[in-house]
Design a protein around this ligand. Structure first.
Ligand SMILES: Nc1ncnc2c1ncn2[C@@H]1O[C@H](COP(=O)(O)OP(=O)(O)OP(=O)(O)O)[C@@H](O)[C@H]1O
Ligand SMILES: [Mg+2]
Length: 239
């Protein structure tokens, strides 16, 4: 491993691929260091979700290299990437509605000392402690999102991948989700987040990448991206 790579928890090199023989993403380079929050923004159809799927092992055809903690994971299945420390919170269907809150937390695969780990995770989600025996279907939208985050934290992942965590939420809950995201680095979890609310997302991020037509057209320090006027006009929208 070269010294240049040191400190990168996650590194994507020249990642390209798609759903068929047509490339949707065209050679994307991206890095996340331990403790960082990194935002991916960009127009609709830019390839953000496709990039996330490539990273998670859910895209049919991928070329390039992905390393997590210096180890190549490019050839691993989605399950093995999960076991290697890559957590994913899907936008919808991220909890089991018919199970209780407690059951949702205890059915996560690959966790040792399940109950002890559940207690540790719940320290940051007091609202869930009061609802442990309720079915997840009875939770409010905000509580459900907390449960999804708590589940994702159960196996002590190295990095959490979020694809538009605020998209389906009432506006009043958006700030709460960003607060949860902001706490993850202090729990030892780095974050790679796709967000339409790019401005708010960059405000809690260290770095950002702007995707357009399957390419990373801009990347850099989050504050610098926020201050870049051309960037604001083209990609940051009104959020
Ligand atoms: N399952 C699929 N099969 C074939 N093409 C797909 C599939 N999913 C997405 N695409 C195509 O890939 C391109 C990128 O889509 P993608 O969902 O990655 O964009 P996005 O940046 O996440 O957009 P949005 O902001 O709307 O979520 C689009 O042209 C889309 O039509
Ligand atoms: Mg998307």
């Amino acid at each position: 491993m070269s010294s240049l790579q040191q400190g990168n928890l996650l590194e994507l090199k020249q990642l390209r691929g798609g759903y068929s023989e047509v490339d949707i993403i065209h050679g994307i380079d991206l890095r996340v260091k331990a403790g960082e929050i990194v935002t991916i923004a960009g127009t609709n159809g830019a390839g953000k979700s496709t990039l996330v799927k490539a990273l998670l092992g859910l895209l049919p055809r991928v070329h390039g290299e992905i390393t997590l903690d210096g180890k190549a994971i490019t050839k691993l299945s989605a399950e093995d990437r999960f076991d290697a420390g890559l957590a994913y919170v899907p936008q919808v269907a991220n909890v089991f509605p018919s199970l209780t809150v407690k059951e949702n937390l205890l059915v996560v695969r690959g966790v040792r000392k399940l109950r002890q780990r559940m207690d540790e995770v719940l320290v940051d989600f007091p609202a869930l402690v009061e609802r442990l025996s309720q079915h997840a279907s009875n939770l409010s939208g905000g509580e459900r999102q907390q449960l999804a985050f708590a589940r994702a934290l159960m196996p002590s992942p190295r990095i959490m991948v979020l694809d538009e965590p605020t998209a389906a939420l009432a506006p009043s809950l958006v700030g709460k989700v960003f607060e949860m995201v902001q706490k993850l680095p202090s729990q030892g979890v780095a974050v790679l987040m796709v967000e339409q609310r790019a401005r708010q997302a960059l405000q809690i991020s260290q770095h950002g990448y702007i995707l357009d037509q399957g390419r990373s057209v801009l990347d850099g320090n989050a504050q610098e991206l926020l201050n870049d006027e051309r960037m604001a006009q083209l990609y940051l929208g009104n959020h």
